[in-house]
Design a protein around this ligand. Structure first.
Ligand code: IPE
Ligand code: IPE
Ligand code: MG
Length: 241
């Protein structure tokens, strides 16, 4: 909600559900993890493209609170890919002015990964070219429950009154407290559902459901989606003349 430095008209927040890694691998008779590795490669490409296309905020859904239901080997494989990504990309992200932060419940992750996340956030904290938020162990309902607990605790301690609770106060207690709401959500792989991604924040976001699987998503498709998005009429409940 709090918008630092940049004026509102310059803000463009794109959120992405990076879906279809498994199907991409299946179609090529490869292991699902090969699809995830190729997916990590796409993240590099899309971060670069976002910088080129002057997207100010990019939020990527990397692992959901529901993804723990997958096989142990897939979960472990994903976690080691996240670690590998953070180690190999840290310097490049820093040099390119990317500010990285993580949303989701990191308390359930193992210590080495939490350390890498904290270090990357700290290292890039002064950057301002692109605000990259990575949703890791993120679930919208889980985030709302955690925010509710924080607020309830403040009421209990007498720091705020029940009447102080507003949509704004609620937003300020979510993991995304310092981010503008997404303007556009892109989900790859053709699935038309949100899968618990930013339900509060996307109340008025535009959605695009893209057919290609995440490992095939590229700058050209992204550019076209952004061009189309710029021609959409957003109303926010009002009647525009
Ligand atoms: C998205 O790809 C990556 C994660 C959820 C971590 P999937 O692994 O969901 O790919 P599909 O949906 O099985 O094709
Ligand atoms: C959403 O994709 C989560 C991520 C992309 C990280 P899923 O593949 O987990 O979603 P469902 O299960 O198809 O709804
Ligand atoms: Mg999927």
């Amino acid at each position: 909600m709090k918008i630092d430095k940049k004026i509102e008209s310059e803000i463009l927040h794109v959120a992405m559900v990076m879906d279809g890694n498994g199907r991409w691998a299946n179609e090529r008779a490869l292991a699902r993890l090969k699809g995830h590795a190729k997916g990590a490669d796409r993240v590099r490409h899309i971060v670069r493209a976002s910088l080129d296309m002057r997207v100010t905020h990019l939020t990527l859904f990397a692992f959901s609170t529901e993804n723990w239901k997958r096989s142990e080997s897939e979960v472990l494989g994903l976690m080691s890919l996240f670690k590998k990504f953070m180690k190999s990309e840290a310097k490049k992200l820093l040099i390119n002015g990317v500010k990285v932060r993580f949303i989701g419940d990191r308390s359930k992750l193992d210590d080495p990964i939490i350390k890498l996340m904290n270090d990357l956030e700290l290292m890039t904290v002064e950057n301002d070219n692109l605000h990259l938020s990575i949703a890791l162990n993120y679930g919208g309902r889980d985030e709302i429950v955690r925010a509710t607990k924080k607020i309830a605790e403040k009421v209990k301690l007498g720091q705020i009154n029940t009447d102080d609770i507003s949509a704004e106060l609620f937003s300020n207690n979510l993991d995304t407290f310092d981010l503008p709401d997404p303007d556009l959500v892109i989900r790859t792989s053709g699935e038309m559902r949100t899968s618990n991604f930013l339900p509060w924040q996307c109340a008025y976001s535009e959605y695009v459901f893209e057919q290609s699987n995440w490992p095939d998503f590229n700058k050209d498709i992204y550019q076209k989606i952004l061009n189309d998005f710029k021609n959409r009429e957003r109303r926010f409940g009002a009647v525009l003349k």
